[in-house]
Structures are given as C-alpha cells and as structure tokens.
Design a protein around this ligand. Structure first.
Ligand code: IPE
Ligand code: IPE
Ligand code: MG
Length: 241
C-alpha cells in the first residue's frame, strides 16, 4: 500500500521506451514519442496531486543528438508544440516550469529556445510543484558547468582551491536550487542512468520498471513508489530496526 505521508520530495524520471513501444506496433519511432505525451502530462498531474515538491523528467540528453536528423528534428518540434499545448494547464495548477540543460545550444531551434524561456517566465511566480525538463541535459555537462564557473572564480582570485567543497560545487550546477532526488525511476527495463543527474543521484534510490514509457500509468507509478517506500535508506550508516 502506498503511504501518502512518505512521498519523496523530489522524483526524477527517465522516460524511456517510446521507440520500442512503436516498434512493437510496426509504427515509426516518432509515434512512440507522441504516445508518451499523454503519459507525461498525466504523470505530472499525478505526482503533483501526491504532493511531491519537485518532478524532473529527462526529455532530451546531450547524447540524443546522435539520433537520425529526422528524429532529432521531430523531437525539437514536438517538445515545442507540447509546451505550447500544455503549459496553460500546468500553469493553472500552480506548477513552476524549469529547463535544466545546455539550453543556449544553437542546435536547438530558436523558436524552441524562446518557448522554453517563455514557459519559465509565465510560471515564475507559481508556488506549486517544480517541474524540471532536463533538456539537452547531461550529468557530466552539469558538473563541467560547475567546474568552469569555479575555475573562473579561482582565476579571479575570489576562491582558494582548498576552499572548494561539495556545497560550492552543488551551488554551481545548472539548477542549483534543486534538491537531490530521493527517487529516480527508469522505464523500459534498461538499468542505467544514461548521464542523468550524475552528481545529484549519488544517494538516490533507483527503481527500474519494465513498463515502456507510453504504458506508464497510475498503477505503474504507484508500484514504483511502493518499491521506494520499501527501501531502507542508510546513507552509509546502520539501519535502525
Ligand atoms: C525515450 O524513448 C525518449 C527519448 C530518449 C527522447 P526512446 O526513444 O529512447 O525509446 P527506445 O529506448 O528506443 O525504446
Ligand atoms: C535516456 O534515454 C535519455 C532520455 C530518456 C531523454 P536513451 O534511450 O537516450 O538512453 P540509452 O541510449 O538507452 O542509454
Ligand atoms: Mg531509449
């Protein structure tokens, strides 16, 4: 049974398996992405209703540029149209949108970048759940961003190398306000992080489900949360009880 008093503060999801969902139906891979749209916005509503403070979804990785031009172009246009179509609903629910990733990358079409900025601006004063789209995101790029900014401070003489600590690195990540996720879910049966939240997931509970993203319904979400709630988080210490 799901304990509604123990919902993680931050849930992060690797939405995987769209292509395989489409393949199973003899459809083009892009049909799988389209099918995943309903799952995404239903999941956003569900997680927000459960009372989590943060939901991060992996939408496009720094490695996803290696897909065919056709699929990359589709994903860029699709992500834009999905924002335009859903952001009013998301905003009405008091949700605040963030984009985390290399969002200034010129390979992202200018209109997509504009919609991303606008979605953040429109929802900037919302006080409900924080919804983070990891877009053109890579965990190593995130750490690299922090290393570069701290190196700049060192060069200026503002920071002594010996004074660099974990908290300073965390403050220079792409989205420094974001708490570490207690739970990372990956759909589709793959058991890896694929460059997602490398720094932030150091102590996250990982839950892998075989369900493909377009099929990730309320029951599947609950199953993942129940698995999470059954874990003993020890953080290097000794379990009590
Ligand atoms: C996840 O589904 C969506 C993105 C990475 C954008 P995939 O497209 O990776 O689907 P599979 O893994 O090929 O089934
Ligand atoms: C991870 O899925 C990226 C996103 C879900 C956006 P991939 O399908 O790109 O990861 P790999 O290739 O299986 O590692
Ligand atoms: Mg995949």
């Amino acid at each position: 049974m799901l304990d509604r008093d123990r919902i993680p503060r931050h849930i992060a999801i690797i939405m995987d398996g769209n292509g395989r969902w489409a393949n199973q139906r003899d459809l083009p891979r892009t049909a799988g992405h389209v099918a995943g749209e309903t799952t995404l916005f239903d999941t956003i509503d569900r997680v927000s209703d459960l009372g989590a403070g943060w939901l991060t979804v992996y939408a496009f990785s720094t490695e996803n540029w290696s897909r065919s031009d056709e699929e990359v172009e589709f994903l860029m246009a699709f992500n834009e149209s999905l924002l335009v179509r859903h952001r009013d609903h998301v905003a009405e629910r008091g949700i605040r949108i963030h984009f985390m990733g290399l969002t200034d990358d010129e390979r992202i079409p200018a209109n997509v970048r504009r919609q991303m900025r606008e979605s953040e601006e429109i929802t900037a004063n919302n006080r409900g759940m924080r919804l983070v789209f990891a877009f053109n995101y890579g965990g190593r790029a995130d750490i690299l961003h922090a290393v570069r900014s701290i190196a700049g401070e060192v060069r200026k003489g503002a920071v002594e190398p010996d004074s660099i600590d974990e908290a300073m690195i965390a403050r220079q990540l792409l989205l420094p306000d974001m708490p570490d996720p207690e739970l990372v879910i990956r759909t589709s049966g793959e058991q890896r992080l694929s460059n997602f939240l490398t720094w932030q997931s150091a102590y996250s509970e990982l839950v892998f489900t075989d369900v493909l993203w377009p099929d990730f319904d309320e029951q599947a979400l609950h199953d993942c949360l129940v698995q999470y709630q059954g874990r003993k988080r020890r953080f290097g210490g000794v379990a009590d009880g």
